[in-house]
Write a protein that binds this ligand. Structure first.
Ligand code: ADP
Ligand code: MG
Length: 482
């Protein structure tokens, strides 16, 4: 055997990498990753839809020298198998190129470092002509043709990424301005969430300010950390000497949230849909709102969100994809989180169903429920599951519910209190007579369709007030009805 060097055919390979599957928001996030890795604390995104439309991302990071810039423009500028700096958000040495080219035909990168000012460009049309990997290097007089260059010049160091000929963004629309407004909303939301820990300046990481068309991007905290409870301790999983930190959160019940909090959690539907794991690689959110098929997204676990922090040194285990929108947890992590999920599901279920705890807890079904509310109050409620209620409410459910609500709210509690504590004799209605009971039981049995249903009804009545003490009567009437 002997070596035969076979480099890729440039135009074909560049065209195909455009189909990796980035959306405009994931593409921009990949460029922002580079800025954060370059230690920028300010990132300005500008979109200009008219004339010669462009999208630009300017950061005040460490910048690149000319040779560094040329190397950065190379497809596969670094080997994914190399060890990365601990804070590096990069991975394949592709993002800058593939993310950009997934949206546009012309990518220009201009960078300032020390006194050096350099620029380079990939232009798909130029490459189609030369059929080579022809990178265009900008000369001094070329710079002024690009937007925001003046701003970069004023900075100590930084990098400006410019996308032009936005063919993919334009696809299927004649009016770039309108569609772009919508796209930019998505981009804003995406960045708010994906970089929320950077925008908030969490302890231990550099705070980063991001602006889109001069409007700052606010952080979206998917755990509502201030208000949520962390019901179970952090779980630290050690893998090859590296730590994966799992922190389960339980959101507050929706009744305790205001509108902006609900919207932060993804809206009323979103709360349920976005339950699951939130996986962060170096504090940057990679993937969220999934249980990785380890359990179903049920109603009962809808308040559970689990933060998982992974370091970039474990990339190989997590099967990270190029767009950084997929990562599958390795078996060892799956085993460890399985038990957490189960415990969390149980607590979540309690929070969700807990409107009040039943006070009279004698295993009998009463017509009145006395409930203790979460904030220490008491609530009296007509038991909607009482057979007498069920029997009448099939047709007019809503009206009956409204009537009950009204009765419940207008219980003369204060007056009752006064009467009970005074010397007034409270005239208690005489005990129900057997005739009354028989009437009621008959009525309930007549609503049953067959012997089985009648048996079930009698079983239920035997634990229901006021029938419970009259089991003999219940038995007798069941015999008669069969
Ligand atoms: N905004 C930036 N500031 C400084 N250096 C950058 C910037 N963007 C890209 N680079 C350099 O270009 C390289 C290639 O970037 P990229 O193609 O996104 O791959 P990766 O991020 O996986 O390394 C980076 O490793 C970095 O050295
Ligand atoms: Mg990158």
């Amino acid at each position: 055997m002997r070596d035969h060097e076979l480099p890729p055919y440039a135009p074909a390979l560049m065209e195909s990498t455009r189909a990796i599957g980035y959306s405009i928001e994931t593409a921009i996030a990949d460029i922002v990753d580079n800025s954060i890795t370059a230690m920028a604390n300010k990132i300005e995104i500008n979109f200009f839809p008219i004339g010669s439309p462009y999208l630009s991302i300017l950061d005040n990071g460490i910048g690149m020298t000319k040779s560094e810039l040329i190397e950065a423009m190379r497809y596969g500028s670094s080997n994914p198998l190399d060890t990365r700096g601990e804070e590096d958000l990069g991975r394949f040495g592709l993002g800058l190129k593939t993310a950009s080219m997934s949206q546009c035909r012309k990518l220009t990168v201009i960078s300032k470092k020390g006194e050096t000012f350099s620029g380079a460009q990939w232009d798909l049309d130029h490459i189609a002509r030369t059929t080579k990997w022809s990178l265009l290097l900008l000369a001094e007089e070329d710079f002024k043709a690009f937007p925001h260059v003046e701003q970069l010049k004023e900075m100590e160091s930084g990098t400006l990424v410019i996308w032009q000929e936005l063919d993919k963004v334009k696809e299927g629309t004649t009016n770039l301005s309108t569609i772009m407004g919508r796209y930019m909303d998505n981009v804003r939301k995406h960045l708010s969430l994906v970089f929320h820990r950077y925008i908030n300046g969490e302890v231990g990481i550099q705070r980063v300010a991001i602006e889109i068309n001069k409007l700052s991007v606010e952080a979206i905290d998917p755990f509502l950390t201030e208000k949520s409870t962390q019901v179970i301790d952090d779980e630290i999983i050690n893998i090859d000497g590296q730590k994966v930190i799992v922190r389960p959160y339980l959101l507050p019940h929706i009744s305790q949230l205001n509108e902006s909090e609900i919207s932060m959690l993804g809206g009323e539907d979103g709360i349920r849909k976005l339950q699951g794991f939130y996986v962060y690689r170096n504090k940057r959110l990679l993937i969220w709102g999934t249980w990785f098929r380890m359990m179903r997204k049920g109603d009962l676990s809808k308040l559970a969100r689990v933060r998982i922090d992974i370091p970039n040194s474990l990339d190989s285990l997590w099967t990270l994809d190029i767009k950084k929108s997929m990562a599958i947890p390795p078996a060892i992590v799956q085993q460890n989180v399985a038990s957490i999920i189960k415990r969390l599901g149980e607590v979540s279920k309690r929070t969700w169903t807990f409107r009040g705890r039943k006070e009279i807890d004698d295993d009998k079904i009463h017509i009145w429920n006395r409930l203790k509310t979460r904030d220490g109050g008491v609530l009296y409620e007509i038991n909607r599951d009482h057979p007498l209620v069920e029997a009448i409410s099939c047709n007019n459910k809503r009206e009956i519910h409204n009537l009950f609500k009204h009765i419940e709210r207008s219980l003369p509690l204060n007056q009752l209190y006064v009467d009970l504590t005074s010397d007034h004799k409270i005239v208690k209605d005489s005990e129900l007579s057997e005739v009354d009971l028989i009437q009621m039981i008959k009525g309930l049995l007549s609503g049953c369709n067959n012997a089985k249903e009648r048996q079930e009804m009698i079983n239920k009545l035997s634990i229901t007030e006021p029938f419970a003490q009259n089991t003999d009567l219940l038995e007798k009437m069941l015999q008669e009805a069969q």
